[in-house]
Design a binder for this molecule. Sequence first.
Ligand SMILES: C[C@H](O)[C@@H](O)[C@@H](O)C(=O)CO
Length: 472
Amino acid sequence: MATISLLTFSDGRDFVAADIDDFCRQKEGLLRQAFETAGHTVVAGAQPVTSNEIAVAEARRVAAAGPDLTVFHYPVWAFPHFTMLAATATTGPLLLASTIDPVQPGMVGLLAAGGALDQIGRQHTRITGDATDPAVRRRLQTTVTAAAAVSGLRGSTFGRIGGRPMGMYTAASSPEVWIDTFGVDVEEIDQWEIVRRAELVDESRVATARAWLEKHAAGVHYDGDKLTPETLGRQIRSYYAVRELIDEWHLDFAGIKGQPELTNHFATMDVTEAFLNDPYDWDGPKETFVCSTESDMDGALTMQIMKLLSGLPVLFADVRHYHGDLDVWDLANSGQHATWYAARSDDPLENLAKTHLYPEVFFFPAGGASVHHIAAAGEATFARLSRLDHRYRLQLTKGRFVDLGHETHERLARASTYEWPHAFSRFDAPAEAFLDRFGANHIHAIPGDWTEELRAVCRLLDVDVDDLESTR
Ligand SMILES: C[C@H](O)[C@@H](O)[C@@H](O)C(=O)CO
């Protein structure tokens, strides 16, 4: 649950302020109640802001609580310079909220304050309406969820293990832009660290993990060549090596380059990435840890935002193929999707029962297992941060993973790379608009409709939204 700071702004004329003091406090009480009923903690100003001095003092006081979201509240006409002064002491996501009341001009107070903030480029979200109205409460909750995700992102560290893969411009971004726009630092780590540390992992841990996979997966298809107990063991060792890196460097999310060095000469990172993204591994339940394939920075960032919003495992996939006759996208990845997507069950064994480990294909001479399953059907939100002319945008569409029946799944999976995981999907975005505009080879998804929350995140981060469902 989030921590919310709340300041109510009022009139700078003492005789007016005194007259509307009770009204301000009453309206603030209703707003406060809306947040508290939803389970959030509210740190409110000691009194309505009626002077420049109070604006600064109260803004500093509530900012000290380190809120996920600061709410400036306008139940009456309020002098806009109070807002501007309070904003100097406010960092992080900002929401302007007012009632719409013909008697007390709170809405006009919000518009004057919002316009002043716009003039200096201070990003904020606006919500008008009565805090007792369920529709207003839903909008407030969306903003709080988005703000908590934005605060969760700020001050976090991305571990970039290995750098840009195979010339992929869309997988690389600038640390200066990231720290400035998202508040995320980038720690560069050499892939050699995985190789070095993998050798040091205790054999008994490897044997336990391998036995768990052999027992619970639908199949571990050893072929005596690409997939052997030894190459699978190397992948398990790599998982533990990356977990060590996460702990030592205090990483919040990561990406692994993999191709070509590790996939040519060591092992693919598919088992590592799948079980980092899963809410469990062979040792038991754990928090999901976002890890992108091909050290895709914008991909991992999109996934981390989706995780912070939903708490769910996030899908990483190639936009591999479009079956025009079926209007179905084959979202495959070069070897890993979190196994949770196989059945979306809280019980790992139900997901594993639909997961096969197949020998790696010819792209990856070092071998190991790729993690094959077909994503379970259901509504989903698909998104991806990308850049248009240097500016960040979130490309977004609702859609669903579809169930086309076993036979069709087999046929379609065999038409591309069978051994890889597949999420057969339909987008609400028209295929032509998607192919015309989508700015990357990778896409990300979570179950459910999170489009409003993602839009709210973009407003708070000053990132554009490219709604792929609109043809423009
Ligand atoms: C075949 C290539 O090696 C794959 O890595 C490619 O399909 C991708 O994953 C591109 O994102």
